[in-house]
Design a protein around this ligand. Structure first.
Ligand SMILES: Cc1cc2nc3c(=O)[nH]c(=O)nc-3n(C[C@H](O)[C@H](O)[C@H](O)COP(=O)(O)OP(=O)(O)OC[C@H]3O[C@@H](n4cnc5c(N)ncnc54)[C@H](O)[C@@H]3O)c2cc1C
Length: 463
């Protein structure tokens, strides 16, 4: 537990009236090491514990539907906390200065944050740590191996990171302690202002998607259990077929922290020792993949790929731009920037499904209707945006906008890395050169046809 904690300032505990956990990325009560740490400090000092969530009036390109899903999850957080006699409140501060004022009103002895590698939350935390007059800590409860332990620098590729993960993982696959009932109450009691939250949400642009996920930790765990029972065995064989519901569908829950990836990994490894030695994406299965193959393949995505995305954003602040790509990739894309493009599409044309490519339009339509595109199509989708944009910089910008605005799991390191992986070869290697793409790995329509029935996919999402 201790290595999950980072001191953000060097101040000691103050003689205050409570301990505050500022919940942000990990919107759950169980398996939340940041909340557990805040409770530990509070109990040791016989203080009340407050969990607070700061609702921004705008969060990048996120849409109303994303806020609604999040708020529904936070309402469950409130009732789960009340069951442990822990206070929950909402703040509505767009700037760190205002947030610090709100925190100070509660006279905290210590403040605990959860971890995010993204710039917005980092700036807020740094401001609070520099200006608060009490101890401020951050706890990584989003990654199974805390970011600063997994690697001390930006990793070059999945294979360099996988080795480190494999060596360290065994020490981190531990059942977290249980949250205790917190018998020390704060007076007067706090109540989140849900009406004010609802008014903020109403002002955010809608994207028109219909989210078919029930929000909250209980729903997330039920979803995981149902997946394990009915679809996990087929994961390795089915996951690259967008016509089959073969993926876990866990990303909305993982993104909002309604379930921890540690909980998912513990459920998966219950009766299974992960291999993690090989590159499961390249695995050649003899006959049908086994249940063990599927578990290994999912752990690769859930741990190696997901935590590699956090590693990249943590150590490279250019994660939303082409500037964040490796030199070889920037060079090859620059050499091909003026190549003739057969098709050029504006953001509006992309958004309105006005391309000549039925598979791409179907993928964007799946995203716009359900708030989630099949994982295999995401690569194709982003690579085509590169092919049809006047510059790779603009391609990265458009792909990030569409992903963040429509995708329920958007606004996430996985998305920023997925976009740079597809468009700018991040964590990938150079391939043979071709127009527009240079040495960036290419994908085409015929490649899709070799994998699955593209016509069926188009019919499903464009009819
Ligand atoms: C262009 C592009 C954009 C993407 N945008 C996002 C995004 O906004 N949010 C997001 O969570 N993922 C994103 N991904 C990664 C991946 O496609 C999704 O995580 C996956 O499709 C989510 O569906 P699932 O939970 O059913 O996946 P599963 O295959 O069941 O995977 C389980 C979990 O493992 C993690 N995971 C799976 N694939 C990856 C990957 N390639 N990189 C990092 N972690 C992975 C996710 O947390 C996922 O929920 C993107 C990939 C690309 C190529």
């Amino acid at each position: 537990m201790n290595n999950r904690i980072k001191n953000l300032n060097s101040l000691p505990l103050k003689a205050g009236k409570c301990v505050i956990y500022v919940m942000s990325r990990d919107q759950r009560v169980h398996d939340n090491h940041a909340l557990l740490r805040a409770q530990q400090i509070a109990l040791e000092n016989k203080l009340p514990l407050v969990a607070a969530f700061n609702l921004l009036s705008k969060s990048g390109d996120r849409a109303r539907e994303h806020y609604q899903f999040m708020i529904a999850g936070l309402r469950h957080v409130e009732s789960d906390l009340r069951a442990h006699d822990i206070e929950f409140t909402l703040f509505f501060e767009d700037h760190a200065v205002g947030l610090l004022e709100q925190l100070n009103k509660l006279q905290p002895a210590a403040i605990v944050f959860d971890f995010s590698p993204l710039k917005g939350p980092i700036n807020i935390k740094n401001y609070i740590a520099d200006n608060a007059d009490c101890s401020v800590e951050e706890v990584d409860t989003h990654n199974i191996i805390p970011i600063w332990i997994a690697s001390e620098h930006e990793e070059f590729a999945a294979h360099t990171f996988r080795r480190k993960v494999h060596l360290k993982l065994i020490n981190w696959l531990e059942e977290p302690p249980k949250l205790l009932k917190h018998s020390i109450a704060i007076k007067p009691s706090l109540r989140p202002d849900w009406d004010r939250a609802a008014k903020i949400v109403q002002k955010i642009d809608t994207n028109g998607t219909t989210i078919n996920y029930e929000a909250g930790s209980e729903a997330a765990l039920a979803h995981l259990k149902e997946f394990i029972k009915t679809r996990l065995a087929g994961y390795a064989g089915d996951r690259n077929n967008p016509n089959i519901d073969g993926l876990s569908g866990l990303s909305p829950y993982l993104h909002y922290g309604q379930i921890s990836s540690l909980r998912v990994a513990l459920e998966l490894t219950h009766n299974h020792t992960p291999l993690l030695f090989r590159e499961p994406r390249l695995a050649k299965y003899e006959g049908q993949p086994t249940l063990g193959d599927s578990i290994d393949a999912l752990l690769e995505e859930l741990i190696v790929r997901k935590e590699l995305a956090d590693n990249y954003c943590y150590y490279n602040s250019n994660y939303k731009k082409l500037a964040g790509a490796k030199d070889w990739a920037k060079k090859t894309l620059a050499e091909h920037e003026h190549d003739d493009r057969e098709y050029l599409y504006s953001l509006k044309e992309l958004e309105n499904l006005n391309t000549h490519d039925g598979a791409w339009n179907a993928a964007q339509s799946q995203l716009a209707k359900t708030g989630k595109m099949h994982g295999y199509m995401r690569m194709y989708w982003a690579k085509k945006i590169l092919e049809w944009s006047p510059s790779p910089e603009l391609a990265v910008e458009h792909a990030n906008y569409l992903n963040d605005h429509y995708s329920i799991d958007g606004g996430d390191p996985n998305g920023y890395v997925g976009v740079l992986w597809s468009i700018a070869g991040l964590h990938d290697r150079a391939w043979f050169s071709r127009p527009v793409f240079g040495k960036i790995r290419y994908m085409n329509y015929n490649g899709l046809k070799n994998r699955f029935d593209v016509e069926e996919y188009i019919k499903k999402w464009l009819d």
